[in-house]
Design a protein around this ligand. Structure first.
Ligand code: V47
Length: 347
């Protein structure tokens, strides 16, 4: 293999030249040391209050636009109704991500978080991507710190990893011009971590980026993690190609996808969990990815809107029983975790 201590892009990109099984073995060694044969999952509910967006990301099929002419804004009552159903069904986490809706007042967000927190005992609220925080900062002229403090005050427990896309300004200019910059995404998470809070980090791959960009992206996460220790999980999100405005010709093979997951396990040895998000990979590949460094598949999700708009077969979510049986069938031990990776039950 290569010298893993040489943390330069030019060195680490050579990992892609290694044989898949060689890479898988190294990634699995790190995974087994950290998590043995466990595969983590949780019982979560995704809530996407609106798809009316002030920004235009070319890869996004979720926001309302010409190819998805279906704008919506959920009322507070509708949000509570959806949350209630999921909670009664066992959901322990609400993962709330919205569009950058120009119609919302600043207080709208915090009122929703507070209402959910007050109504659902012990619920974990994972909400507001750094891209949304940056949108509020631009629109309402509030500092990142102020917004993050208002999130804590209103009951947000952790931040999801969305909005990271690929940390390269040239690519961002092409795929999501005007959205949070790489540096600001990292700064927002750094401030959040300095407040004693945890978050995740994503990477959108399989579109116009090159291998070098993925490695550079991982290294930026690694660097911040070295200082703050605040990332719980890294989530490589496979680009879904339907209903959007990004003209992509080549899509990664299964081998390239598995290599990317294995390499993220190797490069991000200081991030405890690698999530193979079943909504973008499909359940089968997400299970195979557990042999290549991943140790988590996310959760039941219950109504997934973002990836399914782009073609993923994830709209309805999955039952707890289905997740458990799939993990077992693949030869792993299913472990129900909470949002901060405390183990709750092993099956
Ligand atoms: O930031 C948008 C991505 C993200 C597409 O933190 C797309 O636990 C693929 O961040 N193809 C939002 N991806 C979702 C997200 C997430 C998901 C699951 C768990 C966690 C976590 C975070 O979805 C966006 C963007 O990168 N996305 N469009 C698409 N066509």
């Amino acid at each position: 293999m290569i010298d893993e201590n040489d943390l330069s892009v030019s060195n680490l990109v050579k990992l892609y030249d290694c044989n898949l099984f060689e890479l898988g073995e190294r990634a699995d060694e790190i995974r087994q040391n950290l998590h043995q044969k466990k595969v983590y999952f949780n019982l979560n509910k995704h809530i996407n209050p609106s798809n009316i967006c002030a920004d235009i990301c070319k890869f996004c099929a979720f926001s309302a636009h010409r190819k998805n002419p279906n704008p919506y804004e959920m009322t507070k009552d509708e949000i509570i109704f959806e949350a209630q159903k999921a909670y009664a069904n066992g959901a322990m986490e609400f993962h709330i991500v919205s569009s950058h809706n120009p119609n919302y007042k600043y207080e709208w967000y915090f009122d929703i978080f507070k209402t959910l927190k007050d109504n659902f005992k012990d619920i974990h609220i994972k909400a507001m991507t750094a891209a949304e925080v940056d949108f509020l900062h631009r629109k309402f002229n509030k500092s990142y710190k102020q917004i993050l403090e208002d999130m804590v005050e209103s009951g947000v427990d952790s931040m999801p990893g969305g909005g990271a896309e690929i940390f390269d300004e040239e690519i961002r200019n092409h795929i999501c011009k005007g959205k949070v910059s790489s540096q600001n995404w990292l700064e927002i998470h750094q401030i959040w971590h300095s407040m004693g809070k945890k978050s995740n980090a994503t990477m959108l791959f399989g579109h116009i980026e090159k291998r070098e960009h993925r490695i550079a992206h991982m290294l930026k996460i690694r660097e911040l993690q070295e200082q703050s220790g605040g990332f719980n999980a890294f989530i490589p999100l496979l680009y879904q190609k339907q209903n959007n405005f990004l003209d992509v010709k080549d899509f990664p093979s299964g081998i390239e996808i598995l290599k990317t997951i294995a390499i993220s396990r190797i490069v991000l040895s200081n991030v405890p969990n690698i999530k193979a998000y079943w909504a973008t990979l499909g359940l089968n590949l997400a299970m195979v990815a557990q042999e290549f460094g991943a140790n988590d598949i996310d959760g039941t999700i219950e109504r997934e809107n973002i990836q399914s708009a782009g073609g993923a077969n994830s709209k309805k979510g999955l039952s707890k029983e289905m997740l458990i049986s799939q993990i077992k069938d693949a030869g792993f031990v299913p472990v129900l975790r909470d949002s901060l990776y405390n183990e709750l039950e092993s099956f």
